[in-house]
Design a protein around this ligand. Structure first.
Ligand SMILES: [Zn+2]
Length: 286
C-alpha cells in the first residue's frame, strides 16, 4: 500500500533551506515506492480568514514588515506561496483521511504559529487550520516533535474543537492549558519507558475526548543525532513512537493525517527518518 502524500514543488523553494529539504523527502519517499504523490491547490485567503488575527494574516499575505517575517524566515513571495501550498495540501490530506483513514502531507505542521503572528519558523498554524476548517469535528493533535507545540496550545484555548497533546524534549513555551497537555521527556536521562508512558497518556486522552480526526506531528528533530535534540530518541525508538501513534488511530478507526514537522540533520538523513515513519504507517494500515 502506498500512502497518499500531498506535495508540490512550491512547498520547497530552493533558496529557503529549511523548506527545500521537503523536496528531498518527497523524492525519496516516491523513489522507495512508499507514497503516491498527490497535489492540491493552495489554501485561499478565504479559507484562512478568522484563523489568525486579521492584521497578521494581511501582513503575511502582502509582505508587510516587520510582521510578515516575525516567524524567522525572511518573507518573500516564495515563502508565502510555500506556506499556502502546504496548507492547501493539509486540507486536501484531511479530506482524504476522513474518507480513506490515512493520509500524509509532506509539510511542516507549523505548530509554533500563535494567533497574533508567526513564530519559530512557522508562519501560519497548519494544525489549528484543520480544526478551524472543520468546526463540526473534534480534532486532536499528537505532537511528537522535539519542540513543544506552543502555538497549537494557544489555538486550542480559542477553538473548542481543537485538542493538543505535545510530547517534547524542548518545551518552547508549551505548558499545557485549555484542551492542551504537555509532556517533557528526555530519553537519555529519563529512559524510553517515560516516553512510552507519555504515549499511553496520549492514548488515554484520545479515549477521554474521542476525536473525529488525529493530526500527527512526526518530528524527526528529536532523533539522537539531530543538532536540536534534547529528547534523544534512537532511530528504532522513533519507529516505535510512530507505530504507537498509528496504532492508537488504526485500532479505534480514527482517521489520521501526519506531517513530517522538524528535522535539522543533513536532508538525506532526515528523509531516511521520514521514510521510516511512512513505513510504520504502512505496517499499521496494511
Ligand atoms: Zn521542532
Amino acid at each position: 500500500m502506498r500512502i497518499p502524500a500531498w506535495f508540490r514543488a512550491e512547498y520547497a523553494p530552493g533558496d529557503v533551506p529549511l523548506l527545500a529539504r521537503l523536496a528531498t523527502t518527497a523524492g525519496k519517499l516516491e523513489r522507495l515506492g512508499l507514497v503516491s504523490l498527490q497535489q492540491a491547490p493552495p489554501a485561499t485567503p478565504d479559507t484562512l480568514a478568522g484563523l489568525h488575527d486579521a492584521r497578521y494574516l494581511h501582513a503575511f499575505l502582502h509582505g508587510e514588515e516587520p510582521l510578515a517575517s516575525r516567524q524567522g524566515i525572511p518573507w518573500s513571495p516564495a515563502v508565502r506561496d510555500a506556506t499556502l501550498a502546504m496548507l492547501g495540501g493539509q486540507l486536501a490530506a484531511t479530506d482524504a483521511a476522513l474518507r480513506d483513514g490515512i493520509a500524509m502531507n509532506i509539510a511542516r505542521g507549523f505548530h509554533h504559529a500563535v494567533p497574533e503572528s508567526g513564530s519559530g519558523y512557522c508562519p501560519l498554524n497548519g494544525l489549528a487550520l484543520v480544526a478551524h476548517a472543520h468546526p463540526d469535528r473534534r480534532v486532536m493533535v499528537i505532537d511528537c516533535d522535539e519542540h513543544g507545540g506552543n502555538g497549537t496550545e494557544e489555538f486550542a484555548a480559542r477553538l473548542p474543537n481543537l485538542y493538543n497533546v505535545s510530547i517534547f524534549g524542548t518545551r518552547f513555551g508549551c505548558r499545557g492549558g485549555v484542551r492542551s497537555w504537555a509532556y517533557q521527556v528526555r530519553v537519555r536521562e529519563d529512559g524510553f519507558d517515560r516516553y512510552l508512558d507519555a504515549l499511553r497518556a496520549a492514548e488515554s486522552l484520545v479515549d477521554a475526548h474521542r476525536p473525529d480526526l488525529l493530526l500527527y506531528q512526526a518530528g524527526a528533530d528529536c532523533h539522537e543525532d539531530d543538532p536540536k535534540s534534547l529528547a534523544g530518541l534512537t532511530t528504532r525508538q522513533l519507529f516505535e513512537r510512530d507505530l504507537a501513534v498509528f496504532r492508537i488511530a488504526r485500532s479505534r478507526g480514527i482517521p489520521l493525517v501526519f506531517v513530517v514537522a522538524g528535522g535539522y540533520q543533513h536532508a538525506d538523513r532526515v528523509a531516511r527518518l521520514n521514510a521510516n515513519t511512512v513505513r510504520a504507517a504502512r505496517h499499521v494500515w496494511s
